[in-house]
Write a protein that binds this ligand. Sequence first.
Ligand code: ATP
Length: 303
Amino acid sequence: GLIQRGMGAYQRIDHALSLPVEPSPTRAPTARARTRTPTGEPGRCSGQHQEAALALRDLSFGYTPDRPVLHSVSFTVPHRRQTALVGRSGAGKSTIFALIARFYEPDSGSLLFDGRPSTELSRAACRERIAVVDQSTHVVHGSLHDNITYAAPDATDAEVRRVVELAQLEEVVRRLPGGLSGMLGERGGTLSAGERQRVALARALLARPALLLLDEPTSHLDTINETALTTVMRDAAQECALLVIAHRLSTVQHADQIVVLESGRTAACGRHEDLLTTSPTYRRLAAGQMLRPADTTPLTHDD
Ligand code: ATP
C-alpha cells in the first residue's frame, strides 16, 4: 500500500480537538435503520448525508495526467458506521486512502470532512481527524504500554485502559510477563501478527480519531484473532467513522455499507446480502480470492 510511513507521522495526537462527535438525531443505530443503506446503486453511495464524517464527491485523480486512476468516485463514510471498501488489486483503494490523508490532491471533485470541503481546511486539520492503520505494524522496542502510547506519551492510565479494552488486548496483558509495562520480546516477538495489528489499532484509537482508516491485514489470521479484529472494528465504529479496506468475508458481512470499486469507479454500494444479488462485480469478488473466508488453520509463526 501507499501508506507505509508509520503511523506516528500523521496520527492524531491533539486531544484538545478530540471531543466525541454528537450522534446525529436522525440516525439512531437501530437494526432497522442499519438495513436501510442504499443498495447496488451504481456510482452513488448515500451521497446525500451532509453530516457524514467524510464524503467523496465525483473524485477523479491520476498520479500522472496521462493515466487517470480514479474516475468520479463518490461515497460517504457516516459517523459511527463501518464502511468497507472492496475491489481487485489496482482498483484504487490505497489511492483513495492517500487522497483522504491528503498526500495528493484530486484532479477534480471534492472531499468533505463533516460537510466542509478539504480545500477549506489545512492538511494538518484534515489529518487531525484521521488515524490510519495500515498492514505494516510497527512494534517498537519497549513495553506494550510504550507501544500503545508511542504517539501520545502523555496518555493517562484510564485512556490506555480504554483502548486496551477496545482493542481486545486484555488477554494479552494478562499473558505477558509484567503485563502492560513488561518489556516485549525482541522485535515484539511475543505478539502474534493479529495481536500486533490490534496494538496498532489501540495506538490509533488512543487519539480518538473522527475517522479511522484501516487497511485490513491480508495475512491469514487464526480464528481467535479474526474474531477479535471483528469485535475491535465493531466497537471502534461505535466511536468513530470506520473506513476499512476489506479483504475478509467476515468484515464485509459485518459492514454497514460496502463500496465496490472497479477500475477506479464506484461500481456499487450496499450491504453484503444485497450486493450478492445486485452486483456482478461484487459477486465475483466475494467468490474469488479477494475476499477470503476465515482461515481456521492456527498460525505457528508470524505472517
Ligand atoms: P492493492 O489491493 O493491490 O493495494 P489498490 O486497489 O489499493 O490495490 P492502488 O494501490 O490504489 O490500488 O493502485 C491503483 C492504480 O494506481 C494502480 O494502477 C497502481 O499501479 C497505480 N499507482 C498506485 N500508486 C502509484 C504511485 N505512487 N504512482 C503511480 N501509480 C500508482
